[in-house]
Design a protein around this ligand. Structure first.
Ligand code: FES
Length: 128
C-alpha cells in the first residue's frame, strides 16, 4: 500500500469525520459486512429538495471500513439523494486511492451499501 494513501486512510480512521448518530434523522439504515459481522449505521437529514443537510455514521469495523465511511460522509454533504444514487464502487476506490482484494473490498463498500440501501432500497448494485 502506498504510504501517502495509508496515512490518508489512517487519518480518517483515527479522526473520523461526521461520526455519530443524528437525532431526528430522516433516513436511518444499518447493515453488516457478512464476512466479519461489523456493522455500520448511516443517518441522514435531508431538506425539501432531497438534499443532504447532515449525515453521520456510527458502528465499528476495520480501518478500511471506517475510513471509507468517513470519506463518504464528507463527500455527500450537500448532495441530493439522486446524486447519491449514482455513487459506485469505483468512486469509493478512487476516494481510498488503493487497490483492494475481495475481502477488503467488502470492508470498503460497507458504508456505500448502507447509504444506498437506506436511501433507495437499491441492493442490486452490490452484485455489479
Ligand atoms: Fe469488518 Fe473490515 S473487517 S468491516
Amino acid at each position: 500500500m502506498h504510504d501517502m494513501y495509508r496515512e490518508f486512510i489512517l487519518d480518517h480512521y483515527k479522526n473520523p469525520r461526521f461520526h455519530g448518530v443524528l437525532d431526528n434523522a430522516d433516513i436511518t439504515y444499518e447493515d453488516d459486512n457478512p464476512l466479519c459481522g461489523d456493522v455500520i449505521r448511516v443517518d441522514l437529514r435531508v431538506n425539501g429538495d432531497k438534499r443532504v443537510v447532515d449525515a453521520a455514521f456510527s458502528g465499528q469495523g476495520c480501518a478500511i471500513s471506517q475510513a471509507s465511511a468517513s470519506m463518504l460522509m464528507e463527500e455527500i454533504q450537500g448532495k441530493t439523494l439522486d446524486e447519491i444514487k449514482e455513487y459506485t464502487r469505483a468512486d469509493i476506490l478512487e476516494m481510498l486511492g488503493i487497490e483492494l482484494g475481495p475481502v477488503r473490498l467488502k470492508c470498503a463498500m460497507l458504508a456505500l451499501k448502507v447509504l444506498k440501501v437506506g436511501a433507495y432500497g437499491v441492493q442490486e448494485w452490490v452484485e455489479d
